[in-house]
Design a protein around this ligand. Structure first.
Ligand SMILES: Cc1cc2nc3c(=O)[nH]c(=O)nc-3n(C[C@H](O)[C@H](O)[C@H](O)COP(=O)(O)OP(=O)(O)OC[C@H]3O[C@@H](n4cnc5c(N)ncnc54)[C@H](O)[C@@H]3O)c2cc1C
Ligand SMILES: *[C@@H]1O[C@H](CO)[C@@H](O)[C@H](O)[C@H]1NC(C)=O
Ligand SMILES: *[C@@H]1O[C@H](CO)[C@@H](O)[C@H](O)[C@H]1NC(C)=O
Ligand SMILES: *[C@@H]1O[C@H](CO)[C@@H](O)[C@H](O)[C@H]1NC(C)=O
Ligand SMILES: *[C@@H]1O[C@H](CO)[C@@H](O)[C@H](O)[C@H]1NC(C)=O
Length: 562
C-alpha cells in the first residue's frame, strides 16, 4: 500500500494504460510489455513479435494451438500486468503475448451452490461486485481491485486471514483434465493458459473493523497469535516510530447496523502534480541525506492516515468513529483509481509510470508463524542500532503484515505464516544508493536466509528468490506436471526457469548490482564505492553482505574492502 497526504476525490483518475504497446506496421505486431510500475527488477525491456486478444475460449484455444504448432514461446498477459518480476516476458523477440483483457466475463453465478464461474481476465473488482449482486461474497482476497483472477492464481495473491479453508478456486487450465490440480493454483503461468475459474463463495456478510495503535514492544509476542483472535486481522508496523496499528476485524451478524466503506488512500486517484511533488520531495531528501526530514514526513503521513481511519468511513462519506461496520464487498478491497478519465496529466493511480511519480522496490515474503517472533526481534535490534533507518517506510504506510494459511498448492505457502510487505524508495538511477541502503538489504537477507522466508511470486527483487525453490517440499511434483503439460517449455521463460531452479543466472553480478537487489554484494563494486558505499557484513546478521556507507574505509587487506 502506498499512501499520500493530499487526495483528490472529486476528480476521476486516468485508467492505467495498457501494458502492451505494439509499434509494427501490421496491427498488434512488434510489441513490448511492461509491468504497472513501468520497470522490471533488472530494468530491461520485454519484447514479443505479436499480441493476441482472444474474446472467447474458442479464440484462446486457437491462439494457443497456433503458437504450439509453430513452437512459438507464449505468455499470458493481463489487463494491467501488476507483477513486478519478469513473469510475463516471452524470451527473445519472437514470442506471442496472449492477453486476457477481453476474457473478462462472468459466465455463471449459481446462487444455490454459491459458486461463480468467470473467465480468467475478470478483475477482483468484478468478482466482488457480481457476487454481491447475488448476495454472495468472496471471503478472503487481496486488497486491490485491479488484479485479475488468472494473475492472482499465477502468483498466489492473498489477503489476510488464518481462518480460511483453502481451495476456494477450481481452475480450468486449457487442454488439461483435473480442475483441482494443486499445481495450477500457484502456477507462475508456466503450465498453460487458465481459461476459466470457478470460485466458491459464501453468503454475503458484514464485518466490523477497528484500528488500534499501540507501541511495538509486544509485537513479537503477539504477532503469531493475534490472527487466531480476529478473522481479518492484519498489522501496519512503523518500526522507527516503534508503533504498530492492529486491525481488529471480525464478522458480525448482518443485522448489526452500519454501511461502512473502504476507499484506501493509496488506491485512490491522486492529482498527478501531487504525486510528482511527493516524489521530488523524497528525491531531494535522499540526495541531501536529510534523514530527519524523512522522519518528519513519515510521522505526519502516519498521523494523517490515522485521522482518516486509513480510508474507512462509517457510511461511505464520513469517519465518525470505530468500529466501522459494513458489508464484506464494501470493506474487503478498493481501487477507485481504476475509474476512468483519459488524461494522465490530471489524476492517476499513484504508481502510474506515465508521470514522474513514485518509484519503489517491494520486498514481500512470508515467514512461518513459529519464527515470526524472532524475525520481528531482529528488525527491532536493527532499529535499536539505527533508530531512524526505517522512517522512509512510513511514507509508504510502513510494513503491512498479513496472515496467510498453509496451502496444498505445490508452490503455495507451506505452513501458516505472516506475510511482510515492505515498500521503499528506488532511485531512478540504478547506480545511486538509498539512505540506509544496508538496513533494508539486511532485513531482506535475514528473511530469506535466516528464516527461509517464501517470496511473493508477484513482487520482490532477485535476491528474495535465491534458493527459494528449495523451501517447497513439492517443487519436484510441480516440475513433473509442468513437464507433462508443456514439454517444450513454450510457457516458460528464463526468469521462471531461474526461480524454479532449472537455470542459473538469478544473481546478476555487475557494477552496482546489490543496490537494486540483483545480487548480494561480494565485492565493493557491487555497491557504490565512489559514493562511500562498501560491501560489509550485516549489523545483526553477520552473514549478511550489504552495501553500507562507511566514513573511512578500513584496511583493504581484510579482503572485505577492495
Ligand atoms: C497496486 C497493487 C496491489 C497489490 N495488492 C496485492 C495484495 O493485496 N495481495 C497480494 O497477494 N498481492 C498483491 N499485489 C501483487 C499481485 O497480486 C500480483 O502481482 C498478481 O499476480 C498480479 O495480477 P495481474 O492480474 O496483474 O497478473 P499479472 O501480473 O499480469 O500476471 C501474473 C502471472 O500470472 C500469469 N497469468 C495471468 N493470467 C493467466 C491466465 N489466464 N492463465 C495462465 N497464467 C496467467 C501471468 O502470465 C504471470 O505469470 C498487488 C500488486 C499491485 C501492483
Ligand atoms: C520494432 O520496433 C522497434 C522499435 O521499438 C524498431 O526498432 C524495429 O525496427 C521494429 N521491428 C520491426 C520488424 O518492425
Ligand atoms: C490461427 O491460425 C489460423 C490459420 O493461420 C488463423 O486463421 C487464425 O486467425 C489464428 N488464430 C489466432 C488466434 O491467431
Ligand atoms: C507499551 O505499551 C504497554 C501497554 O500496552 C506498556 O505496558 C509498555 O510500558 C509500553 N512500552 C513502552 C516502551 O512505552
Ligand atoms: C440479530 O439477529 C439475531 C439472530 O440472528 C438476534 O439474536 C439478535 O437479537 C439480532 N440483533 C439485533 C440488534 O437486532
Amino acid at each position: 500500500m502506498f499512501i499520500f497526504i493530499i487526495f483528490i476525490c472529486a476528480v476521476k483518475s486516468s485508467p492505467p494504460e495498457d501494458p502492451i504497446k505494439c509499434l509494427g506496421m501490421v496491427p498488434n505486431s512488434n510489441c513490448t510489455i511492461k509491468n504497472s510500475y513501468g520497470a522490471f527488477p533488472d530494468r530491461s525491456t520485454c519484447r514479443a513479435a505479436k499480441a493476441v486478444y482472444p474474446t472467447s475460449e474458442a479464440e484462446l484455444i486457437s491462439a494457443v494451438a497456433n503458437a504450439t504448432i509453430s513452437k512459438t514461446k507464449m505468455k499470458v498477459a493481463t489487463r494491467y500486468s501488476h507483477s513486478i518480476p519478469k513473469l510475463v516476458c516471452p524470451d527473445g523477440d519472437d514470442g506471442i503475448l496472449i492477453s486476457t483483457k477481453y476474457l473478462n466475463h462472468v459466465l455463471e453465478v449459481d446462487v444455490s451452490a454459491m459458486t461463480m464461474t468467470v473467465e480468467s481476465g475478470v478483475t477482483l473488482r468484478q468478482v466482488i461486485d457480481e457476487a454481491a449482486k447475488a448476495k454472495l461474497a468472496l471471503p478472503y482476497g487481496p486488497y486491490w481491485w485491479g488484479l485479475t483472477v488468472g494473475g492472482m492464481l499465477g502468483t498466489g495473491a492473498h489477503g489476510s486471514s488464518l481462518w480460511g479453508d483453502e481451495g476456494y478456486a477450481k481452475v480450468r487450465v486449457l487442454e488439461a483434465g483435473n480442475p483441482e490440480l494443486d499445481a495450477a493454483k500457484v502456477s507462475l503461468g508456466v503450465l498453460g493458459v487458465i481459461s476459466q475459474v470457478t470460485l466458491q463463495l459464501q453468503p454475503l456478510f458484514k464485518r466490523s473493523v477497528t484500528y488500534m495503535t499501540r507501541n511495538d514492544s509486544n509485537l513479537g509476542e503477539e504477532a503469531a497469535s493475534f490472527g487466531r483472535l480476529h478473522e481479518f486481522a492484519d498489522f501496519m508496523w512503523y518500526p522507527s516510530q516503534k508503533r504498530v496499528v492492529y486491525r481488529i476485524d471480525d464478522r458480525v451478524s448482518s443485522n448489526t447496523s452500519g454501511n461502512g466503506l473502504n476507499d484506501s488512500p493509496g488506491f485512490r486517484s491522486t492529482a498527478s502534480l501531487v504525486v510528482s511533488t511527493l516524489r521530488t520531495t523524497e528525491e531531494t531528501q535522499e540526495s541531501l541525506r536529510d534523514v530527519d526530514g524523512k522522519c518528519i514526513n513519515g510521522r505526519s503521513t502516519t498521523s494523517t492516515l490515522r485521522t482518516m481511519a486509513f480510508g474507512l468511513t462509517n457510511d461511505g462519506i464520513l469517519f465518525t468513529g470505530y468500529p466501522i461496520v459494513g458489508y464484506q464487498n464494501r470493506i474487503q478491497a478498493s481501487g477507485t483509481c481504476l475509474d476512468s478519465h483519459e488524461d494522465a496529466r490530471i489524476t492517476v493511480c499513484p504508481w502510474d509510470s506515465r508521470i514522474r511519480g513514485l518509484f519503489f522496490h517491494q520486498t514481500t515474503f512470508s515467514i512461518a508463524l513459529s519464527k515470526v517472533k524472532n524475525f520481528i526481534k531482529d528488525i527491532q535490534k536493527l532499529v535499536a542500532l539505527e533508530p531512524k533507518s526505517m522512517c522512509g517506510l512510513d511514507l509508504y504506510n510502513g510494513i503491512l503484515m498479513r496472515y496467510v494459511t498453509a496451502s496444498s498448492a505445490y508452490l503455495g505457502k507451506q505452513e501458516d505464516a505472516l506475510d511482510f510487505d515492505i515498500t521503499y524508495y528506488r532511485s531512478r538511477d540504478p547506480l545511486i544508493p538509498r539512505l540506509f541502503q544496508d538496513i533494508l538489504e539486511e532485513i531482506e537477507q535475514i528473511a530469506v536466509f535466516k528464516y527461509n522466508a517464501l517470496p511473493h511470486w508477484g513482487k520482490n527483487r532477485n535476491v528474495a528468490f535465491q534458493g527459494a525453490i528449495q523451501n517447497y517440499k513439492n517443487a519436484n511434483e510441480f516440475l513433473k506436471i509442468k513437464q507433462m503439460y508443456d514439454p517444450l517449455g513454450l510457457f516458460s521463460n528464463t526468469w521462471t526457469d531461474q526461480v524454479l531452479g532449472l537455470k542459473d543466472g538469478l544473481s546478476i553480478e555487475k557494477e552496482g548490482c546489490a543496490l537494486e537487489g540483483l545480487c548480494i554484494c561480494s565485492r565493493d563494486i557491487h555497491c557504490a564505492p565512489k559514493k562511500g558505499y562498501f560491501c560489509q557484513p550485516g549489523k545483526v546478521y553477520e552473514k549478511a553482505r550489504v552495501c553500507a556507507k562507511v566514513k573511512i574505509p578500513k584496511n583493504t587487506a581484510t579482503g572485505k574492502l577492495s
